[in-house]
Design a protein around this ligand. Sequence first.
Ligand SMILES: *Cc1c(COP(=O)(O)O)cnc(C)c1O
Length: 394
Amino acid sequence: MCDSNETGSLSFDTKAIHAGQEHERWSNAEIVPPIVTSVTYYQKDPTNIFAGYCYGRDGNPTRDALARCLAALDNGKYGLIFPSGCATTTAVIHLLQTGDHILSCSETYGGTRTIFLTQAKMQGIEVDFVDSTNVELFASAIKPNTRLIWLETPSNPCLKISDIAAIAKAARSHKDIIFVVDNTLMTSYFQQPMQLGADIVMYSLTKYMNGHNDVLAGALVINDSKIYEDLKLIQVKFGLTCSPFDCFLVNRGLKTLPLRMNKHCENGTAVARYLEKHPKVVKVIHPGLPSHPQYELAKKQSSGYCGLVVVQLSGTINEATKFIHNLKVFLSSDSFGTCTSFAVLPAYASHIDVPKEVREQLGIFETTVRLSVGIENTDDLIKDLEQALVKTFE
Ligand SMILES: *Cc1c(COP(=O)(O)O)cnc(C)c1O
């Protein structure tokens, strides 16, 4: 199998299995990348110890195999692996200096918002959160000192979709702006932000990319060698490195990413269509439903939908809580993007710290239920929802 630099012509599914982990790379021609746990390496030439691998914070063969595979999947040049999604965000804000400005979409992952509002502000960095579904409004919020544009699309939990190519164009018309897209919800399988003009693609690998709810990790994919070198230095300096075992697990998870995402898409769409017709359901948010405000944009910019479905039930918090208790296949649990189906109340989980008025403006109410539809049997999932709704409203 060719080098990861030469896998460009291969399709996504093939790269997920081969890219960056070719047997020629390992001393025993392993088909599965070995889990290299050694922190240091024997140095034949003590005057040139940085020629190859030297110390685990600088580089590790298992981690580098995953980084090469992820870069190939996004058609990017460089990958960096971090111990969590939040660690990647931490690294990115350290590219900025006091006096710089971050322009962020209004609905971000809670942890991202916290990093911007606490650590970035402490470093003297200005932050604005602006509705990115309105490109004109968003672009007009770019300032002379804007250095970073942060976009999450679709957003979590309300699945608002922003036009990546249009925002990339606005970012490019200003000098020195780094445009980051958090691609956690779509994965590189359904959405390729770098091809639409992003400078950095960011992942919480904890979600769909690993997909098995057993690893916390994050990644950045980068094309520009200067941005890569700067981020690599931040990573090594701050020690934002991921364990070889976790890297091995993510690499294994990636091999089934296309299969899993197709099933998440099929199941999520089926659940959304079923719930939309149910008399006890007030509203369903899913980009595959024609009722979604950015239905056309979703079809244009990505090739599928993840397993997230947002449901507004009739009744009060009592009904919403009863509904989640009554579910048997869907488990009451936070997080998403795993084989197992989950149900959660975002107002009491990811958005518990957001003031009620702001939260409701975003469309997250007390009774909003977020379903993370897994890859179980479709009929079993629908039957589970059906029995839970009957029991809740009887
Ligand atoms: C979970 C998540 C993060 C943070 O990732 P961790 O791995 O939990 O640190 C960032 N962005 C999005 C969209 C997420 O869902």
